[in-house]
Design a protein around this ligand. Structure first.
Ligand code: GLU
Length: 468
């Protein structure tokens, strides 16, 4: 039995897509489950897409999620280099070998000529495929020209053949070879295309299983042809379904949040996000919704993945995040909240307010929204008040001023006593009180809140309202 080796092969485009993090999670979990290795390979051969610092973003994201890497460009390993831009000679060697074996050929067509061919095909309703002109050049002539002229190397796709791609979660998929282009494998600048690089690397790095996005499924026959021409055994490629918005459109920047870093900035906990991702295309055999990565690793198998596009329901993530936040001790939560508290917030005030909001926040960035009023005086918005606010709150000032021992019970007793004595409706009175203190109609319990806020600040806010 070969050691299980899985890999995540992101292109450094500037951010880690949640869909990418999802594939990485599946690869990682499967490797761990089988006591194998999880590799990260950086696919950076498309210089046009290169973004400074993008690699770091990927590693930071994986680390934050708790995905541990066994081999990568950062930590090295026995199959390096793990950055494709450092492996160009390897791809060039294999591309030339393929030409020798008759599985690929040199192509000398200029960009202008190719564009013309594509346009002509489109005009008559055909797919914009290469017309295979150079495929039929005599071998010696092609070799000779390759010494002097610019060339690309193209895959020789057989004609009139059914190419079968075994896909473990979808079954065999059959492609008609006549619909497959003679794909460029090596570009004229000596860089490989994804198709050549992925096959060579997955083979040389002894990858046994790989999860990648389903957008790669149409390219799979090209890869299987390459494996066949090289005489190599392909790994099992699992094509993870594209994550969708609740309206079934592809998760896009506009509708959902695609960058993993957004979730971190919003104060989602990594353990909640991991739990959420685990549930996307898989369900726990005992129907559990809340479980950790270790438990996922124990029960999960790649073959149980569903091929149906999972829905990214952020409300479910909010719920899960709340569950994980409430599992934290007050102290742990306090440390997390500190990063999200308003600037210059007094730490004693953060300490006191944390238990109060624990039950009320879905994510850490809710803290300044829900507890912001503790740190700054509210804006007075008349439209938020009920009737009789002036009369009620000036009476409230009088009774509150008399309280010597400022605690929730005494505050409650005084205010209740007041409403009873004057025959005011509690609901109306406390809404006015709440809005004057907080600037909002929805807040944590108001008497708890004013106890924390303190007598002086409470009275100051009431005065602000009464004498603006
Ligand atoms: N570099 C490819 C991407 O970022 C990887 C596809 C694969 O995993 O094979 O989409």
């Amino acid at each position: 039995m070969r050691e299980v080796r899985t890999r995540f092969a992101p292109s450094p485009t500037g951010f880690l897509h949640v869909g990418g993090a999802y594939s990485a999670l599946l690869d990682f979990a499967f490797a761990r489950k089988n006591k194998g290795k999880f590799i990260v390979r950086i696919e950076d051969t498309d210089a046009k897409r290169y973004v400074e610092g993008a690699e770091e973003v990927i590693f930071e994201g994986l680390e934050w999620l708790g995905i541990k890497i066994d081999e990568s460009p950062k930590i090295g390993g026995p199959f390096g280099p793990y950055r494709q831009s450092e492996r160009c000679e390897i791809y060039q060697k294999y591309a030339r070998e393929l030409v020798k074996r008759g599985g690929a050929y040199y192509c000398f067509c200029s960009e202008e000529k190719l564009e013309k061919v594509r346009m002509e095909k489109v005009k008559i309703g055909l797919p914009p495929m290469y017309d295979k002109k150079c495929r039929f050049l005599p071998k010696e002539e092609a070799e000779k020209r390759a010494k002097k002229e610019k060339f690309v190397i193209r895959l020789k796709v057989p004609e009139n053949e059914k190419i079968v791609v075994p896909e473990p979660i979808r079954g065999d998929i059959v492609f008609d070879s006549n619909t497959i282009d003679d794909q460029v494998l090596l570009k004229s600048d000596g860089f490989p295309t994804y198709h050549l690089a992925v096959v060579v690397d997955d083979h040389l790095m002894e990858i046994t299983h790989a999860v990648r996005g389903e957008e790669w499924l149409p390219s799979a026959p090209k890869h299987f042809l390459l494996y066949r021409y090289f005489g190599w055994e392909p790994p099992l490629y699992f094509h993870a379904p594209t994550i969708r918005n609740p309206d079934r459109t592809k998760l896009s920047k506009r509708k959902g949040h695609t960058a993993l870093s957004w979730y971190r900035q919003q104060g989602y906990l990594p353990e909640a996000l991991i739990n959420f991702l685990c549930l996307l295309g898989w369900s726990h055999p005992e129907g559990k919704e809340v479980f950790d990565l270790e438990e996922f690793i124990r029960f999960f198998d790649l073959k149980d993945l569903s091929p149906i596009g999972p829905i990214f329901d952020i409300r479910k993530l909010d719920w899960l995040n709340g569950v994980y936040l409430r599992k934290k001790t007050d102290d742990e939560l306090l440390q997390l909240i500190k990063e999200f508290a308003p600037e210059n917030a007094e730490s004693t005030l953060i300490n006191k307010t944390t238990p109060l909001i624990k039950e009320r926040i879905a994510k850490l960035s809710d803290y300044p929204v829900i507890a912001g009023f503790f740190f700054r005086e509210p804006e007075i918005r008349k439209e938020l008040f009920e009737k009789n606010a002036k009369e009620e709150l000036s009476a409230a000032v009088e009774v509150l001023e008399k309280i010597e021992d400022w605690n929730k019970e005494n505050i409650e007793k005084s205010l209740q006593g007041l409403t009873k004595e004057r025959g005011w409706q509690n609901g109306e009175f406390f809404m006015n009180f709440r809005v004057a203190i907080t600037g909002s109609r929805v807040t944590p319990p108001i008497t708890d809140s004013v106890e924390i806020l303190g007598k002086e600040k409470t009275l100051k806010r009431l005065h602000n309202f009464l004498e603006p």
